[in-house]
Structures are given as C-alpha cells and as structure tokens.
Design a protein around this ligand. Structure first.
Ligand code: 0RA
Length: 643
C-alpha cells in the first residue's frame, strides 16, 4: 500500500514535468468546462456519457465494432464497453507515453493518429475522451489488445500510474472499457437520468444498423437492448406505427462514396403533419442545414417534374409545404469535416453537401418511381390535395382582404354579446349554434367574463361547403373578428380576445356537423389556438331527471343509469332527454353548461382537430365513394346520435 502510493506520486510528478503542455489543456477544460461540454448542468453531465459512446460509435462506423454496452453502476459511475480495436497501447513517439494515455490526456488527440473515416468535429461533439477524463474525479480505462489486458487509472485527469499489463485473454478478445465518476465539484448534479441515456442509445441503434447496444441499469437491476437490422427504415416504420401508410414499405436510398455516406428513408402517411429528421455523423441536426435543404429541393423538383409529365400539375407549381403533409423522412449523412453552425451547433453548414444530397436523392427517387408508378400516383394525389387546400385558402384570404372585410381592428359583429372584462386570460367566448340557443346563452351568462356569439347553423351546414366559401361567409368572418387573433400566417396569439373559446352545439347530427366544421376551421386557420389549448367543447347534459322536488342532470347514459339506481323508486322519476340547447331555459343552461363551478368543458387536442379535418374532407370533399363508404360504415352510430 505504502509502496503503491509512492509510485503513483512519483509518476505524477515526473509526468507533470515532462508533458506540461498536455496538462495545460486539461486544466483549461476544468476551468472552462462549458466551452467543451456546453454546460455543467444535467445536459453537460450526460454529454460525458455520449462523448465516450461516440468514440465507440466511431469504431463501429469504421467497421471494427458491432457491440457497445453502457452500464449505470450502483455508485453512479458509468461504464462504456466496446469490442472495437482497442485504443492503441504503443508508446507515442514524441510524448513517450502510451497511446491510451495520449487519448485520455491530450485534447482532441482522436483524429491525430487514427485512421477513422468519419470523425466528428466541431461544435460540442467529438471533443474527445480526454475531456471526460478531465471532468471525472476518477476514471479507469481497460484495453484488450494482442491477447493482453492493459489498464490505467486517473484522478481528475491525472494518471495514477502508467498503462500497465494486468492479464491475458484470447487474442480475439479485443476492445475498450472506460469507467468514470463525474467530478461533483464541477457538475451541478452527478445523478444520471436513465431516460436521457436510453433515448440517445435507441437513436444510435437506428442510425447504425447492425450495431448491438445494451444498457444495464445496475441501480434498478434492469436492462435494455437496442438493435435495428434495417436502421433508419425501421425508424421510419416506428414513427408511422399508428398511422395509415401510403406505400407498402418506406423508400430507402444509400450511397457510400469516399468520405461521404448518405442514407435516406421516407414514407407517407394519411395524416397532415410531417416529421423530417436529419443527422450528421450520428448527431441530430435539429436546425437542418445543407443536407436537409438538398433533400427538400430534390423532392420539390422531382414531384413537380413528374406531376407535369403526368399532366397533373397545371400552372401552379407545388411547394415543399404541399409535399411535406404526411411525410416522414430521415436523412443521415456522414462526412469527414462537418461544419456545425448556429447557436446550438445543430445546423450543417458544408455547402458542397447540398448539391450532393440533391443529386443523389433526385436520381435515386426518379429510378424508384420509374419502377413504382402507383406509389408515385398515390403520393402526387395527396400532394395535389394539399396544394388545392393551400391555394383555396390563399384565394379566400385574398378575396376577404381585398374587400377589406377582415379588418380585425374594426367593429365587432352586432350579434356578439361581449363581456365587460378586457383581460383575455379571464374571459371566455361561447360559440353557440342557432339564434334561439344563442338567446338563452346571452341571458344565462355571467356578462362580466362570458361573451356569446350565436352562429346561424343553416349557413354553415350547407353541403359541400369548401373552406374558401366558409371563409367568405359572414358567420365565419364574424368569428374571426370576434376572436381577434387573425388567421393563417398572420395568426397572433397575443391578440386573442378570449383565452377560452368554447364550442357549444346540440347533441344531434347537425350539431356534430357544425362542430366538425368549426374544428376543421380552427385546425386549418388557427392551429396555434388548438395547439396551445385555448379551444374547448361544452358538454351540455343529455338528461334531466326530476325526482320528487329535486332536479338532477346526467351527461351520459351511464350517469343516467347510475342516478336512477340511487333513487328509491326510479319509476315515479321524470326523465327528459335534451335534444337541443334550445330546450333549456337560461337558468338550466347556466347551471348545467356555463357555470364554471359546475359545468364540464372538454379541451380540444390537436389530434381531435386533425381527425375532424380528415372527417370533414371525407364528408364534404368532391370524391363521392369514400363518403359513401364512410356513411355506410357509420350509419348505425349516426342513427343512435339522432334520437
Ligand atoms: C485511436 C486509434 C484506433 C482506435 C481508437 C483510437 C479507439 C478509441 C476508442 C475509444 C473508445 N473505444 C475506442 N476504440 C478505439 C485504431 C487503432 C488501430 O489501428 O488498431
């Protein structure tokens, strides 16, 4: 024990003297950790894990490693094991220490002496394992190479002894194992969050097909295994697992050139949102960049060309906004010297990459669609629907603008019974179907904070109403003026006049119809209103139960059964089923549907609004057969609704 300590101390001193420059680098890392790992918060802490894993991934990308294990130990240390070539153990010609020690003590030693092809550089990534070493109060590295097991330990970046041999293994047992304990005098927290680690490892498995990644949580005694045979194709499938897809299988392209590797996978679903993810050397480029631009331009050119050739596109070109509806795509590139730009260094800057990706994607997809013409037709049909909706909305807006009828600063509609409070965060707007229910609601409301806008149902309920028409209807214009926030790109949440917008319609088919139209309208023209949770649906009661002198309300059939069950003599009880809001007097409407302390209102989710939009297209669109099919399928429910 005595002996060992002495050796360690001697070595450290000798080391200090010899390679003062090396220590300088690590001292700087300890002084300014954020320059290397972004922050010393939880994000920075997890960066340490990913830095070590990145080195193993580099080995995998170079084709020398197919298994990585990450272990969260009981003492909150992390171990990363790979079966790569092992960090070189030979003495460095100038520094006269082992390659292992150079890698762990010299900043950015990685690329200097290895033959790795796609080494990450720039930004906060790829700073090297030496940074992890500098920021760990303890680190141990084990390398298995040439049938020998080597090890070395460090404290706060300083070696406790030179690399030493500690045993033998079979020559084919090779790899690197690094265990580290983050320095709690540097990090705000040293508690790892397994979910952050798991998410990243899962993503890495998708980006590196064939690579087996294991995560063991020894604190919890659990383990996770990540493996993807088809890589980003599997990821696209995973992202679409709850969606109805247009193509049988995702389209996949891969090009492997000298110092440039590209993989693209894409699939369309029947929805309207899109998910386009791009990666550079396994790093998610949240802000896109030249690779993403090349991809988008390729798709835009391709679908315009094909659409013209098939005579589906007349005069208006399709834009990427039309193309992206329902598109799920992954773009993964690997290159030697990526330039990361932007505040968070998550945008690729290399200009040559744009044209490279553009050409590969355009040519690759052209070949694919030559062989899969039905796929092309399906996609083009969807794109053209999106284009139609976009043009119709634009036209409607232009008309409305030209007429100057959407001047939001202008006078509020006469039909609006506004509230007296001017504080949007405290006020509510009830959109009520029909003049008579509107009248009751106006009487019932608390005029301090509740406004009522009646809509003439009939106008909205015209068959085959399209959005362009809807937008030019007086009813919808009243709605837009009342809400005050504008529509489309001009939507400004800060101009909302009410923070609760409540749709109140009858519980019958007409009511459902109007509700669908309104939801579709909000989904298409005031999406942030839905996304940010300002839109609600009122839930009027379905039954009024009078028993002796007491009156109760039931909001569902189950509740009715329950209430009747509590009565001594349920047969003397008088049950009235409400068909419309108009059947309630103002007092009843207040008690059951508008009084904030008693009512039930349901917040509309973006999924519900999207569904309404789909339904609307189906029911109102010009295509007859899907509508017929839908009505047949749902005829029973509709009958039940309309008692
Ligand atoms: C430099 C050169 C070589 C491998 C590595 C570094 C290497 C580093 C790490 C870090 C974690 N796992 C790693 N695996 C390998 C190539 C050595 C050779 O040519 O054999």
């Amino acid at each position: 024990m005595e002996d060992k300590e002495k050796t360690t101390k001697d070595y450290t001193e000798e080391y200090n003297a010899k390679s003062i420059k090396v220590l300088d680098g690590l001292e700087h890392v300890r002084k300014r950790p954020s320059m290397y790992i972004g922050s010393t918060s939880s994000a920075g802490l997890h960066h340490l894990v990913f830095e070590v894993v990145d080195n193993s991934i580099d080995e995998a990308m170079a084709g020398f490693c197919n298994e990585i294990t990450v272990i969260l130990r009981k003492n909150s240390s992390i171990t990363v094991i790979d079966n790569g070539r092992g960090i070189p153990v030979d003495e460095h010609p100038q520094l006269h220490v082992s390659g292992v020690e150079v890698a762990l003590t010299k900043l950015n030693a990685g690329g200097k002496f290895d033959a790795k092809v796609y080494h990450v550089s720039g930004g906060l990534h790829g700073v090297g394992v030496s940074v992890v070493n500098a920021l760990s109060k303890y680190l141990k590295v084990i390398v298995k190479r040439n049938g020998i097991v080597y090890e070395q330990e460090y404290e706060r970046g300083k070696p406790l002894y030179p690399l030493r041999e500690v045993g033998n293994v079979l020559p084919n047992e090779i790899g690197t194992e690094i265990t580290f304990i983050p320095d709690d005098t540097i990090f705000e927290t040293v508690e790892f969050d397994e979910n952050i680690i798991k998410e990243k490892l899962k993503e890495l498995a998708y980006l590196n097909k064939g690579l087996r990644i294991h995560f063991l949580n020894e604190k919890k005694g659990t383990e996770e295994h990540y493996y993807s045979e088809k890589g980003i194709v599997d990821l696209v499938k995973e992202l679409n697992k709850d969606e109805q897809t247009l193509l049988e299988e995702p389209v996949y392209l891969e090009v492997d050139e000298d110092h440039f590797h590209l993989e693209v996978a894409l699939q369309y679903n029947a929805g309207f949102s899109s998910e386009i993810m791009s990666f550079v050397n396994n790093i998610k480029t949240v802000d896109g960049g030249t690779h993403e631009t090349g991809f988008k331009q390729a798709l835009t050119k391709l679908f315009n060309d094909e659409g013209m050739q098939l005579k589906l596109i007349k005069d208006e070109a399709i834009t990427f906004d039309d193309i992206k509806e329902g598109l799920v795509a992954i773009i993964s590139v690997r290159l030697v010297e990526p330039q990361f730009e932007g505040q968070t260094k998550t945008k690729l800057g290399n200009t040559e990459v744009r044209s490279k990706v553009y050409n590969i994607v355009k040519n690759g997809l052209t070949l694919y669609f030559d062989k899969h013409i039905e796929d092309l037709q399906k996609i083009l049909k969807k794109i053209l629907l999106a284009q139609n909706a976009r043009l119709a909305a634009k036209k409607a807006k232009e008309i409305v603008r030209r007429k100057g009828e959407l001047d939001f600063s202008g006078r509020l509609p006469g039909k609006l019974a506004d509230c007296s409070s001017n504080d949007p965060s405290k006020t509510e707007l009830y959109i009520v179907e029909g003049e008579s229910a509107g009248g009751s609601a106006k009487q019932a409301r608390d005029r301090k904070f509740q406004a009522v806008l009646p809509l003439r149902g009939k106008i909205l309920n015209v068959e085959k109403v399209n959005m362009a028409h809807a937008l030019s209807s007086q009813e919808i214009k009243n709605l837009i003026t009342t809400i005050g926030s504008g529509i489309g790109e001009d939507f400004k949440v800060e101009n909302l006049r009410y923070h609760k917008i409540i749709i109140m319609t009858d519980a019958d088919v007409d009511g459902a119809h109007i509700r669908t139209l309104l939801l579709t309208f909000f989904f298409r023209y005031m999406k942030p209103l839905v996304e940010d949770g300002y839109l609600y649906i009122a839930q009027p009661p379905l039954y009024r139960i009078k028993y002796e002198k007491e009156i109760r309300y039931a909001y569902s059939d189950e509740e009715l059964t329950h209430i009747l069950g509590t009565l001594k003599d349920p047969d003397k009880a008088e049950v009235q089923r409400y068909k419309g809001l108009g059947e309630m007097d103002p007092q009843q409407l207040w008690e059951t549907t508008m009084d904030p302390t008693r009512r039930i209102i349901k917040r509309v989710t973006i999924q519900e609004a999207e569904l309404a939009n789909k339904l609307f297209e189906l029911l109102m669109g010009s295509d007859v057969s899907p509508r017929k099919e839908f009505i047949m399928q749902h005829a029973k429910e509709v009958v039940n609704l309309d008692i």
